[in-house]
Structure formats: C-alpha cells, structure tokens
Ligand binder design. Structure first.
Ligand code: ADP
Ligand code: MG
Length: 241
C-alpha cells in the first residue's frame, strides 16, 4: 500500500467502557471506521450515543478499552504519552463547541500558539497565523481578544488555530452548537472550502442540516455504527460576500 492509500484514520473494533461492575457504561460497543485522505465525514447521533467518546479517542485525548486505532498509519496504542502529545500537536487540529480560545490573548496570538511547540521560527509563525486568519475572513480582527469578537468570529479563530499546523485531520465536536444561523453558515462554508482544498475533516453533530454539508454521514446509536452513507455532491459553495 502506498503512503497515499493509508487511511488518515483507521479504527478497528474499538470499545470504551467507563467505570466497572454494575455501574459500567458501555459508551462504544465495537466501532470500526476508516476515513480516507480528503474525505469530510459527519458523525451523527443523539445525546449519549458515544459521539464525544469517539471524538476523544480519535483526537488521542483518551484511549479505548479495547481495539486498535491507527492515525495516519501510526498505531496510537503503542505510543508513549510524550510521543502522543507530539502526534496530537502535529497531525490533529481541534475545534470545540465552546471555542476554547485563551482569554486576554489576541486572535493572532491564539492562532500562533500551536506552532510555539513545533519549533517554527517567530516570523514564520506570524506569517502563517495571519494567512490562516485571512482564510477564515478575519484579516481585519487579528488584534482583537476573544471577548471583543462575536461567537461566530471566535469559532473562526478556533478554526484558524486548528488548521495553522496543516494537520492531517481536522476534528470538530459540535462546532456550530453555540452559534446562530448566520455564524453556523459561515463556519460550515469555511469547513467546506477547506475540504475542497483537500483537508480531511471529521465533524460531530446531532443536526441533519449540519451533516448535510459533509460528503459522508456515519450514524451512531448506543455506541454502535448503524449507518454509513455518502451524501449527494454538495451544491457549489457560495463565494464569500
Ligand atoms: P454524546 O457525545 O453522543 O452525547 P458521550 O460520548 O458523551 O455521548 O457519552 C456516551 C455515554 O458514555 C453516555 O451514556 C455518557 O453518560 C457516558 N459517559 C461519557 N463520559 C463518561 C465518563 N467520563 N464517565 C462515565 N460515563 C461517561
Ligand atoms: Mg457530546
């Protein structure tokens, strides 16, 4: 298999059990999933179906109880905590429902942050952070702090921060969960454009309208995948107005 054929994400029969004995919660009951480079997958399910548990495992923030996970060809289960944090930093970009920006730090400084650990020279950090903020339409807001930005703008900063390291995989857990309709559309437009440029995206949502923007929809019920289908090709994306 050539490098280009290795799935970005290859999950093999993973389970996750929280607690033990009578109070044990079986959050994932044998999930297998492969995501190829350039795909855009929405993972759907009602509250409690295991979406965040799966996201945390995909993001190497938690480990499965059993099963294997290969990220970009690397067996995550075999890595030390130090190697894992390097993998997280270099290969993954995260977007959370609650934005998770650092308060009292400018948008620019927030976006530069993931590169601080990667040995990227200061000038290069600045250049790449500015380009990422430009890409999400915030070139004129780079000096603003999170509390000076709307929710939609904060989430766009978070998207810029997630992609500034050019990760193999962008993971987003309910990225539009706290946004109004207009900001939801803006963020989904940006994700769609990133995917059109080749970025691999896994997005978690419980909303059909959000999942409709992905190329593929995987549905979880009670810790199992019950559906895995391709969406019809997306309509041409609106150009930013
Ligand atoms: P979703 O994101 O789809 O709402 P979660 O992955 O958060 O679902 O949760 C799946 C199941 O696992 C739920 O029953 C939840 O209560 C349980 N769960 C999640 N995290 C923990 C935890 N840290 N300890 C115990 N149970 C948990
Ligand atoms: Mg959740």
């Amino acid at each position: 298999m050539s490098a280009a054929d290795v799935p970005v994400l290859d999950v093999r029969d993973i389970t996750k059990v929280y607690g033990e004995g009578e109070t044990a919660v079986h959050a994932l009951r044998g999930v297998s999933l492969q995501v190829r480079r350039g795909d855009y997958v929405a993972i759907m399910g009602t509250s409690g179906s295991g979406k965040s548990t799966l996201m945390n495992i995909l993001g190497c923030l938690d480990v499965p109880t059993s099963g294997r996970y290969l990220l970009d060809g690397t067996d995550v289960g075999a890595l030390s905590e130090a190697r894992l944090s390097v993998l997280r930093n270099r290969r993954l970009g995260f977007v959370f429902q609650s934005f998770n920006l650092i308060p009292r730090m400018s948008a620019l400084a927030n976006v530069e942050l993931p590169m601080a650990y990667g040995g990227v020279p200061a000038g290069e950090r600045r250049r790449r952070a500015l380009a990422a903020l430009e890409l999400v339409g915030l070139g004129d807001r780079v000096r603003h702090e999170p509390n000076e930005l709307s929710g939609g703008q904060q989430q766009r900063v978070a998207v810029a921060r997630a992609l500034v390291t050019a990760p193999a995989l962008l993971l987003a857990d309910e990225p539009t969960g706290n946004l109004d309709t207009r900001s939801t559309r803006d963020v989904l437009d940006i994700l769609g454009r990133l995917n059109a440029r080749g970025r691999t995206i896994v997005l978690i949502t419980h909303e059909d309208e959000v999942a409709a923007h992905a190329r593929r929809v995987v549905r979880l019920v009670d810790g199992r995948i019950v559906e895995d289908r391709r969406n019809a090709p997306a309509p041409a994306l609106r150009e930013a107005t």
